[in-house]
Write a protein that binds this ligand. Structure first.
Ligand code: ZN
Length: 373
């Protein structure tokens, strides 16, 4: 997608948000009264100074500000579309390599759009905003869709999402936003907004292939996430990766062999993800919805105890994952892609753009010739 198309698709998605958000697995008691449409832009960047280059940025991170003032999303268009040389993708079945290669970028666009624009934007926090004042019916509290009983917890004056959920919060929230993407991408009306298909359900068509690639990509990200788990401290080093591992577990538990990890070799060197695309609607999406509902309700009601138990269960790396799968993920890891960034120079009063060849030498030359003031 080029910038203009992306900005247009994101615009249509934000416009459609009031119709899409009620499809999420909670009632209006747990949703903001009014969806705060984010400001968004897709930019081409000349250079990005930092240890890594993100595909998109969503600010601010303070949920209390996001609740009341809204948020802003910036997609970095030429980061999203930067092409890497074609190579066989580990853990994807031979028969899926082609469809995955063909639609992975489109799938990532859909995932990022839903994650950033609707995922982080949706969901209410039940708060006592000042002593005795509530942003929900305190005398008649909403019924939790998980327990079927009125909710008992909420944010007290001065408490915020960050202060209650603490260090676990960022990854938990990333997981909630990723689950929103996985919950909504099987909606063919939404895929049509992104320019895929005609809104009719058709898993064999273009929209269906984008959807299949979305789910496959998430499952694969859950496997490769293990690179970012440290066996010594038994801790996760990257919030998004921890989130994707949780979602892989949700897929694996969806039943009816919706998603399985196949292998015949004891060292898992031939491990492949088998994901049944005909069961995304019947098994994958409902499993995501049930998990997402818990993430949302525990967040909305400041229920740290339940949220912590759920998230720790799903992100716990068991013996098989730590001892067997992680070493295989490391063995098959490809060197991380680097971006070769251009520089500008003043020559005879004119700004000149200098680009570099896509090689390690090119990248080093680009750094050497960049002057930091
Ligand atoms: Zn996010």
């Amino acid at each position: 997608m080029v910038n203009q198309e992306r900005t247009k698709a994101f615009g249509k998605l934000v416009e459609a948000a009031p119709a899409q958000i009620p499809k999420l697995p909670w009632g209006k008691d747990f949703e903001k009264d009014k969806f705060l449409a984010p400001d968004f832009t897709s930019l081409e960047i000349l250079s990005f100074a930092g240890s890594g280059i993100p595909a998109g940025i969503n600010i601010p991170n303070y949920d209390d500000i996001r609740q009341n003032e809204g948020f802003k999303n910036v997609s970095l268009g030429n980061v999203l579309s930067a092409a890497a040389p074609k190579e066989r993708i580990p853990f994807i079945r031979s028969e899926d390599q082609e469809v995955f290669e063909k639609y992975k970028d489109e799938a990532f666009e859909v995932q990022v759009g839903l994650h950033e624009l609707l995922g982080h934007g949706c969901g209410k926090l039940l708060q006592e905003t000042e002593p005795g004042k509530f942003n929900f019916d305190h005398k008649n509290p909403p019924t939790s869709p998980i327990t079927g009983t009125p909710v008992e917890t909420y944010y007290k004056p001065g408490e915020t999402w960050g202060s209650v959920f603490g260090g676990m919060g960022p990854s938990y929230e990333e997981c909630r936003a990723e689950c929103v993407a996985m919950s909504l991408c099987p909606d063919y009306g939404i895929l049509k907004i992104f320019g895929f298909g005609n809104g009719q359900e058709d898993i064999e068509g273009e929209a269906g292939s984008v959807l299949y690639a979305c789910y496959l990509q998430m499952a694969r990200a859950g496997v490769t996430a293990l690179q970012f788990w440290d066996p010594n401290s038994r801790k996760w080093g990257q919030p998004h990766m921890q989130a994707r591992f949780a979602i892989l577990k949700v897929f694996l538990e969806a039943g009816a062999d919706f998603c399985t990890l196949h292998h015949t070799q004891p060292d898992l060197s031939d491990l492949e993800i088998h994901l049944d695309k005909t069961k995304i609607q019947s098994h994958g999406r409902p499993a995501v919805n049930s998990f997402l509902q818990k993430l949302q309700i525990y967040k909305a009601t400041a229920d740290l105890a339940a949220g912590k138990k759920l998230y720790e269960d799903y992100t716990n790396v068991g013996e098989w994952y730590a001892g067997k799968l992680r070493p295989q993920v490391l063995a098959q890891a490809k060197p991380r892609k680097v971006f070769v960034q251009a520089n500008t120079f003043l020559e005879g009063g004119k700004v000149v753009l200098r680009e570099y060849e896509a090689s390690p030498e090119g990248m080093i030359r680009s750094f050497v010739e960049r002057e930091y003031i």
